[in-house]
Write a protein that binds this ligand. Structure first.
Ligand code: NAD
Ligand code: UFG
Length: 333
């Protein structure tokens, strides 16, 4: 398939492009480079032997986006482009709605205009909010989102569902990611956050490289085995492979499907810290702090739908996720 990958130079997008190319698909990347670097294209080439065609375009710019559709005969779109910082979305909500919802509507309009019927969208477990019991099941629907970022994901899910109901040719797979971490085994692709990392793994990595003094563990009084928050961490390469299966599923079916992508296992903050310590071979400092506002105790996926519909099962465990992250951060200090 010839596939447009928006946000394809980003963390999850770049790994997905590698897996799409490995599976024999033709990839065209579109990204405004707001949160990624152009040298990712050379890294994709170093891994796969193929440098994807690239457009530096902002999805908010309808006319520029239309040129890309006009010049290519896409069969499918995988849509990663968006802002993703939860805390920032609380301070600048209009920018988040403009980019993540407004930009996406441009894309969905052009898909319709150019008869590109197959879509995979990056949603998030954040749409479950704190309303439901684990493991989170797709049929729960939506919980209360606790920040504008989460709401942009929920709104996109609604738009995609309505659009598929209105267009009998349209097909979409909404993937609800749990917590992607890790890096490509080559050490070439990974996640380099801007500024102080919000997410656990990049923060732990910065403690290891000496940029941060210690890990702030946000709460040890949750109702979990060791009192720290539990999440379903998934290796980014496993997540990337789920996209290949999802876009192939979309091509063969009509209508919208929502599917969790996780491992089905929960690990605590201290489990992740200890796995990273194992990977780097030494102890890392941490301090217990107050709970972070908006956090929930436990989040992990019911993965049966992904297995049933896509034949997807995550392969890598927490040790492999930390080993690959460690290798990447050593290469990119
Ligand atoms: P990322 O920031 O590494 O990648 C997103 C890419 O989109 C970046 O390269 C950025 O430059 C680009 N982009 C942003 N706005 C754009 C615009 N208007 N036009 C064109 N390009 C634009 O993030 P990621 O971790 O790879 O996440 C990819 C997607 O998955 C996002 O939609 C994110 O919300 C979603 N998601 C991520 C996580 C996670 O923990 N990383 C969890 C759930 C969902
Ligand atoms: N944590 C710490 N210290 C840190 C960072 C995080 O103790 O410095 C803890 C959090 O309290 C939480 C766990 O580590 O218990 C994971 O936190 P992350 O910030 O890495 O991930 P979240 O589960 O909060 O959120 C992530 C993404 C969201 C996405 C969600 C989907 O940031 O965009 O996963 O489940 F929506």
């Amino acid at each position: 398939m010839k596939i447009l990958v928006t946000g394809g130079t980003g963390f999850i997008g770049s790994h997905t492009c590698v897996e799409l190319i490995n599976a024999g698909h033709e990839v065209v990347i579109l990204d405004n480079l707001y949160n990624s670097k152009i040298d990712v294209l050379d890294k994709i080439k170093a891994i796969t032997g193929i440098k994807p065609k690239f457009y530096q375009v902002d999805i908010k710019d309808y006319n520029e986006l239309e040129k890309v559709f006009g010049e290519n005969n896409f069969e499918a779109v995988i849509h990663f482009a968006g802002y993703k910082a939860v805390g920032e979305s609380v301070s600048i909500p209009l920018d988040y709605y403009d980019n993540n919802v407004g930009g996406s509507i441009n894309l969905y309009r052009l898909m319709k205009k150019y008869s590109v019927d197959n879509l995979v969208f990056s949603s998030s477990a954040t749409v479950y909010g704190d309303n439901f019991e684990v493991p989170f099941k797709e049929e729960y629907g939506y919980g209360n989102t606790t920040n504008p970022y989460g709401t942009t994901k929920l709104v996109n899910e609604m738009i995609i569902n309505d659009n598929c109901k209105a267009n009998e040719k349209a097909s979409a797979v909404i993937l609800r990611y749990f917590n992607p971490i890790g890096a490509h085994e080559s050490g070439l692709l990974g996640e380099i956050p801007n500024g102080i990392p919000n997410n656990l793994l990049p923060y732990v990595a910065q403690v290891e490289t000496g940029i941060r003094e210690y890990l702030r563990v946000f709460g040890d009084d949750y109702d979990t085995p060791d009192g720290t928050g539990v999440r379903d961490y998934i290796h980014v390469v496993d997540l990337a492979k789920a996209h290949v299966l999802a876009i192939e599923y979309a091509q063969k079916h009509k209508g919208a499907q929502t599917i969790n992508v996780g491992t089905g296992n929960g690990y605590s903050v201290l489990d992740v810290l200890h796995a990273y310590e194992k990977a780097c071979g030494r102890k890392l400092e941490y301090k217990i702090m107050e709970r972070r506002p908006g956090d929930i105790a436990t989040s992990y996926a019911d993965v049966s739908k992904a297995e049933r519909l896509l034949g997807f099962k995550a392969k890598y465990d927490i040790d492999k996720m930390c080993e690959d992250s460690y290798r990447f951060y050593q290469n990119n200090k």
